[in-house]
Write a protein that binds this ligand. Structure first.
Ligand SMILES: [Zn+2]
Length: 204
């Protein structure tokens, strides 16, 4: 799905005669070789790709931040702000304690409880951003993604979602139209997080 996003951004490939002919000329054996058979290669490629996109999303978040915020001034508190901001793109129903379905894994009816980012998605995201920060020259001791406040927050989210029995509304995600007038919709954080939700099975 991330590749779809990229392909759509470019100009539509109306006619690429050379490319097509070249492709069609490939003998079957060659095309088989071109296919990535090694699943671990695919996974690490996806991870790197995802990490780069997460890093770009966070950079965009900093650029849109009011008051302006530079990476060097970024603290754990700002990372928490970022995580809470991402909740608006969440797909996981987390029941409040007042909801009659609080603690129910399979509620029989809809309820007005908010959708949030699943703990597993946030946890994986923080792991990637933490690595990206150091790859971009940040010092481990200054890493805002490794801050104690962030660790505590993630633990709190995990525990509260486990109690509320947050359930993921995966089927609805395709039908939701993009939020047009929200400046934040310039970034596709939901796409960033969706793929990690399926990749990380430690949600429950
Ligand atoms: Zn509810």
């Amino acid at each position: 799905m991330s590749s779809d996003y990229k392909v759509r951004k470019g100009p539509p490939p109306t006619s690429e005669p050379f490319h097509k002919q070249h492709f069609l000329k490939l003998p079957p054996s060659t095309s088989r070789i071109l296919r990535p058979n090694n699943s671990s290669t695919v996974i690490s490629y996806r991870y790197e790709n995802q990490k780069r996109r997460d890093w770009n999303t966070f950079g965009q978040y900093l650029r849109n931040h009011r008051p302006p915020l530079s990476l060097s001034r970024c603290s754990g508190a700002h990372v928490l702000e970022f995580l809470r901001y991402l909740d608006q793109f969440g797909k996981t129903k987390v029941h409040t304690q007042l909801c009659p379905f609080f603690g129910h894994p399979n509620p029989p009816a809809p309820c007005p409880c908010p959708l949030r980012q699943a703990w597993g998605s946030l946890d994986a995201l923080i792991g990637r951003l933490r690595a990206a920060f150091e790859e971009h020259g940040g010092k481990p001791e200054n890493n805002p993604f490794g801050a104690r406040a962030v660790r505590l927050y993630l633990r709190e989210v995990r525990d509260s979602q486990a109690k509320a029995r947050g359930i993921s509304y995966e089927k609805k995600k395709r039908k939701r139209p993009p939020q047009q007038h929200n400046p934040a919709s310039l970034m596709p954080p939901q796409a960033l997080l969706e793929s990690t939700t399926s990749a990380s099975n430690h949600d429950q």
